[in-house]
Design a protein around this ligand. Structure first.
Ligand SMILES: Cc1cc2nc3c(=O)[nH]c(=O)nc-3n(C[C@H](O)[C@H](O)[C@H](O)COP(=O)(O)OP(=O)(O)OC[C@H]3O[C@@H](n4cnc5c(N)ncnc54)[C@H](O)[C@@H]3O)c2cc1C
Length: 497
């Protein structure tokens, strides 16, 4: 059965029959694995290979050609939708290519293999007084996966995206050729492979610049707003004063209070502000607590959250979070970097959503239209009876990469619960939201997407950008060895797949 969300095969819903015999060479069935999108709203099966060297990667490319299959790379598997899925075809998991190759603690420059996770990275460099320049909400993402999606952090308006901190990389092309790309050499490929969702080649080695820090702690302040208008104007007035800025919005409440927010602002400490930097930079002072209130293991928390993860319960969860934040308004405290950045790793965030999982919808809207657009989106979700359970607001800036979601404006990441009953309604609603986003000049982020259609991708990226990307792909991958469900859904032959 073809799933409505991602057009991938949904093996838990209906029996599937795979077309094993495709090319002259049969695929080893022991390689078949079920692959679940991070949001668990879609699943596929594919032949999974886990190479540990560039030669191993080349061998899998050869096998793909001989067997008439296509290849998708997969790393941490943290994309919410189908970016790392390739139904009935080959999945090249790069997680074993996870060595740190060179580290220069004087300059903060590091060279790594693509499967190195952000966790590995910060744990390796922090003791020398460095931190990762762009941190995603989970530290389980990899350097290759972050470059391929050009991820952002809570500092997008001033630090840009992941790609802005990549100095160079080696890319393995489907032909087996290994090329070096930076801002001078293969400049066009550099700007297209970053954000190119693995469709041009495999990153095999990346060099990046890390960020200098003078403490293992970060100074955090909180501020609570009463509605969306106040949230947006507070962001705009104060964002430049901090290194990080993020708002947790209540989109469950109806009426004028919708969009009220618990805002967290943070800045790095200047030299001398931390009296004991050597101590706070130590790894043992960064670890996320393993238990809540010293009793309940984090791994079990989702069982307590689960009964509240419905429209009724989440109304009260959002309300409780808001009033708790108001109670602590204007709070100011120091917190370890890991705790500030990777709050979502504290729990199994996907599990409370239940067996149908969740999808995330994250539009990016220019400053001038952001308040109107998000207000309309929230009201539309209420009208359809499908409110989003968690809404996170961030500030961004444009970036120089070809497939870009960047705007001088804001993004709102919204989590929608998926159930067997509401699935078609959520899909239909996201299509209506797409029209609102386009009306306000917005863009979309492929790492979070599950429902976009080719016409919408063409509308926000522009036909010329898509033509440039497909021409480059034709040059680097003439036999179309690299494909993913995402590519087929949005771009291949105009999205017809
Ligand atoms: C809890 C949570 C919080 C998140 N927070 C944020 C956030 O704050 N900001 C943000 O921007 N994103 C965020 N994300 C999304 C996530 O950062 C991206 O989806 C990221 O790309 C995932 O990295 P990964 O290593 O898991 O890659 P995967 O999801 O496995 O793969 C992502 C893409 O990269 C390609 N790829 C992987 N490795 C390579 C390689 N070596 N060469 C070429 N292509 C490759 C894959 O083909 C795929 O298209 C979050 C996700 C989760 C689950």
């Amino acid at each position: 059965m073809i799933d409505e969300l991602t057009q991938t095969i949904n093996i838990d819903q209906e029996k599937i029959s795979l077309n094993w015999e495709r090319g002259p060479m049969a695929m080893p069935t022991e390689r078949l694995e079920e692959l679940v999108a991070w949001g668990r709203a879609s699943r596929t099966v594919g032949y999974v290979f886990r190479p540990s060297t560039v030669d191993d990667l080349r061998a899998v490319f050869g096998l793909a050609e001989a067997s008439g299959r296509t290849v998708t790379f997969r790393a941490g598997g943290n994309s919410y939708g189908d970016a790392g899925a390739n139904g009935e075809n080959i999945i090249l998991s790069v997680t074993r290519m996870n060595r740190i190759l060179e580290w220069y603690p004087q300059t903060g420059r590091i060279t790594v293999e693509p499967g190195v996770t952000l966790q590995q990275l910060w744990e390796y460099i922090l003791g020398d007084g460095w931190w990762i320049p762009i941190a995603t909400g989970t530290m389980k993402t990899t350097v290759g996966g972050c470059a391929a999606m050009n991820t952002h952090g809570k500092n997008g308006w001033q630090a840009g995206t992941f790609g802005d901190h990549v100095e160079s990389f080696e890319l393995l092309l489907p032909s087996g050729e290994l090329i070096t790309c930076d801002r001078q050499q293969n400049r066009d490929i550099f700007h297209a492979a970053i954000g190119g969702f693995g469709m041009l080649g495999c990153f095999t080695r990346l060099t990046m610049q890390m960020k200098r820090v003078y403490s293992g702690l970060i100074q955090v302040e909180t501020y609570v707003t009463r509605n969306l208008a106040e949230t947006m104007s507070y962001f705009e007035a104060h964002v430049a004063e901090y290194d990080y800025f993020v708002g947790w919005l209540d989109a469950m409440v109806r009426g004028r209070a919708v969009g009220r927010a618990d805002i967290h602002k943070a800045r790095h400490l200047a030299p001398g502000e931390d009296p004991m930097p050597a101590q706070t930079l130590r790894l043992e002072n960064q670890r996320l607590p393993a238990n809540v209130m010293g009793i309940i293991p984090n791994s079990l928390i989702w069982r307590f959250q689960r009964p509240f993860w419905n429209d009724f319960g989440m109304y009260f969860v959002n309300m409780a979070k808001y009033w708790a934040a108001r109670w602590h308004n204007h709070n100011s405290y120091r917190q370890p970097h890991a705790l500030f950045h990777f709050l979502l790793d504290y729990f199994d965030w996907d599990k409370p959503f239940g067996p149908g999982g969740l999808i995330q919808y994250q539009p990016f809207i220019p400053v001038a239209n952001a308040e109107a657009a998000f207000g309309e989106i929230f009201r539309h979700c209420h009208k359809r009876g499908l409110p989003n359970y968690l809404s996170v607001l961030k500030r961004h800036r444009p970036d120089p990469f070809l497939i870009s979601y960047g705007v001088d404006g804001y993004s709102m990441a919204m989590d929608f619960r998926i159930t067997a009953r509401n699935r078609p309604r959520v899909v239909q609603m996201t299509r209506e939201l797409d029209e609102i986003v386009l009306k306000y000049g917005g863009r979309f982020y492929l790492a979070k997407d599950s429902t976009l259609r080719p016409a919408i991708a063409a509308a926000y990226l522009g036909d010329e950008t898509i033509a440039r990307f497909t021409a480059l792909k034709q040059r680097l991958d003439p036999d179309c060895l690299l494909e993913s469900n995402l590519w087929r859904r949005l771009f291949k032959d105009g999205g017809s797949g």
